[in-house]
Design a protein around this ligand. Sequence first.
Ligand code: HEC
Length: 198
Amino acid sequence: MKKILFTPLILAACLVSTGLAAAETPKPAAPMPAEMQNMMKVFTPEMRQKVMALSPELKGTIVKLHAGHPRRAKETNLRQIMHEILSEYQSIASAVATDNAEQAAEAARRLASHRIPKGGLLPYFPLDKVNDNDLGVLPAMNTAVEGSALKLAEAADAGNMALAASYMSDIMTGCVACHQKFRGVPGVSANLMTPMSK
Ligand code: HEC
């Protein structure tokens, strides 16, 4: 209800603020979903510009991904949420190894329903990755990590720990794929000489 009323207002605001109403651009700016509009208030102007430039489809994808995770962090950043996710993954591994189906199922569901970090996902990604092409892989990552975690939980519920174990690698494949694309190189020291070759 709120969204329905809000969307035309946002669209109007976008048109006015970007001056698109007067420009010759054939397509009007895509309406910005209300939740993203809110998150964007804390973005730097550079990040805001990148997000504004995303296609309506991609904005819809991000909103859907966020909507699939209704719990919101107040102050926690993505890196901290990632460490929580790693803890859950380790808990699943421990549960599978010790044939504890309930622990495996619960930890897998907690992994799949992690909180959204402060400001959403996007501000933690490198600026040059905030575009339709790169962000287009997010649903696939989500399916690999969280879809597999939910399947693992179901297998554990059914007492099939061998099947549950097989989903561990599907989950980790998703972690690795997303890191290769969006994580950069963590922990680089400013006090070491840059290596000549990698
Ligand atoms: C949607 C993409 C995405 C997925 C999927 C993802 N990560 Fe991450 N992860 C990131 C990004 C981006 C960072 C860097 C965040 C930062 O430093 O601000 C990160 C950082 C981390 C960190 C912090 C330490 C480090 O090495 O940077 C850990 C731990 C981590 N991820 C674990 C995991 C695990 C375990 C999974 C799978 C269960 C996973 N991640 C899935 C994007 C992802």
